[in-house]
Design a protein around this ligand. Structure first.
Ligand SMILES: *Cc1c(COP(=O)(O)O)cnc(C)c1O
Length: 360
């Protein structure tokens, strides 16, 4: 019950153990097409360029910035936690100019602050932000932030690593141009795959760059030769075939449950966890107006030894919870209810274990 990886179901582990096919085998290509369709389903998009990057969420982040940012491009990066900070680092390494819109940890990115930054920097090309900030447990208002960005004719890059399949996300309706996620959070797959999706407007920008993408491996112009639908597929890199069986299975599980039912399940079990933790006298670090159900950030009570509690939970109860990150280190615990981990049984186990460790 940490901030990922979440529990991987036996169904996904069994898929991982199937015989390894060649990455150009006709049967495998059929599976690739299904993976693309299922990713479009969970992202709620019709984007043709929707596919897995063969690497973790951080590589999906690099893929979005490396393809869309050219030297001297101005990018507004909204920062209210660790992952927004990494976006800024990506902009700088692509030779772009990063303009920061900073909001305090534990609060949402302010739409007014974004609007002000866009007025002050009319030459901005891209607005980037994190939908679900895993370091703070805050859900940013992606719909509003994208609407403002679009009013100023900007492209949007949105980190959906922790939000995908855990809370409502509408890539097309909210006008998200480029997004990346991760396999090991609410999709409950093994780590190491990053679903990404690019709008036609983003693809147009990528195809008309003045300079080549500085990363050969992540250049989408080359990757489409392997992942592109219809066209004759050619070798780009050896796909992680077994990991793709696994993500195919996890996406199928979300599809069978129904995406909206999955959002509901996260919301319902989150509420049970809130009730249980509050009955133990624990408080949340984030206002309930924009809390993430899949990542619960709880204040560590005064006088309680952070590391000692976490190691006792692990030793006595086989339960992992996450430590605070960055500014929140030592101040909070991060309790994940992501994907397959998000069950009634786990909620009860977590409350009982914390009760035993804190009150005995
Ligand atoms: C976990 C996470 C990442 C990084 O994903 P990796 O798979 O660890 O590379 C990026 N952004 C957010 C919001 C995350 O929670």
């Amino acid at each position: 019950m940490g901030p990922g990886p979440s529990d991987v179901s036996p169904r996904v582990l069994n898929a991982l153990a199937r015989p390894t096919l060649g990455h150009l085998d006709p049967q495998f290509i059929g599976l690739m097409d299904e993976v693309g369709d299922l990713m479009r389903y969970v992202f709620r998009t019709k984007n043709t360029l929707t596919m897995p990057i063969s690497a973790p969420g951080s590589a999906g982040m690099e893929a979005c910035f490396a393809n869309l940012v050219e030297p001297n491009d101005k990018v507004i990066v909204c920062i209210n936690g660790v992952f927004g900070g990494r976006m800024k680092e990506n902009v700088i390494r692509c030779g772009g100019v990063a303009v920061e819109v900073v909001s305090p940890w534990g609060t949402q990115t302010s739409p007014e602050a974004l609007e002000a930054a866009l007025k002050q920097h009319p030459d901005t090309k891209i607005v980037a932000f994190v939908h679900a900030e895993t370091s703070t447990g805050v859900r940013n208002d992606a719909e509003t932030l994208c609407r403002i960005a679009k009013q100023h004719n900007c492209l949007t890059i949105v980190d959906t690593v922790t939000s995908l399949a855990g809370v409502q996300l509408e890539v097309d309706d909210w006008q998200i141009d480029a997004t990346y996620s991760g396999s090991q959070k609410c999709l409950s797959c093994v780590p190491g795959i990053s679903p990404v999706s690019f709008s036609d407007a983003a693809v147009n920008v990528i195809q008309n760059r003045k300079t080549p993408v500085q990363s050969w491996f992540l250049d989408m112009n080359l990757i489409v030769g392997y992942w592109g639908k219809g066209a004759k597929r050619a070798y780009h890199h050896t796909a992680p075939v077994n990991s793709l069986y696994a993500i195919h299975e996890s996406l199928l599980m979300v599809h069978q449950e129904g995406l909206e039912n999955a959002w509901q399940r996260h919301a319902a079990h989150h509420q049970k966890l809130v009730n249980g933790l509050e009955s133990l006298g624990l408080s949340f670090a984030v206002s309930q107006d924009y809390r993430l159900p899949q990542l619960n950030v709880v204040n560590i009570p005064d006088g309680v030894d952070d590391a000692a509690v976490r190691s006792e939970l692990l030793r006595r109860f086989g339960l992992e919870i996450g430590a605070g990150l960055g500014e929140f280190a030592g101040k909070v615990w991060r309790i994940g209810l992501m994907g397959s981990t998000c069950t009634e049984k786990n909620v009860q186990h977590c409350i009982a274990a914390l009760d035993a460790v804190l009150n005995n």
